[in-house]
Design a protein around this ligand. Structure first.
Ligand SMILES: [Zn+2]
Length: 87
């Protein structure tokens, strides 16, 4: 079994939605607009790796995504611009 090294991850607003492969496992990622990145560089990390390396952040991201979907719908109804790209 491979030793899991602690990896500093960060939640960032994804303004490019580039669909890059995960920086840790090279699997395709599924950018949602608020995504996990390596802390020290702008490299997307998939949800599975997030759960492995930073479970608390990955769970937080689940909450963020749910809240963001709700807020985005509210914003769209009232015509407020956000800093995210639309899917
Ligand atoms: Zn991954």
């Amino acid at each position: 079994m491979e030793q899991i090294q602690p990896t500093a991850l960060a939640i960032r607003v994804n303004t490019t939605l580039s669909n890059d492969p995960c920086a840790l496992c090279s699997q395709p990622t599924d950018p949602t607009g608020i995504d996990l990145y390596l802390a020290e560089k702008s490299a997307l990390v998939c949800h599975a790796c997030g759960l492995l390396h930073a479970p608390a952040l990955a769970r937080l991201l689940d909450l963020v995504s749910a809240a963001n979907t709700f807020v985005r719908a509210e914003y769209e109804m009232s015509g407020v611009q956000t800093d995210e790209k639309h899917l």
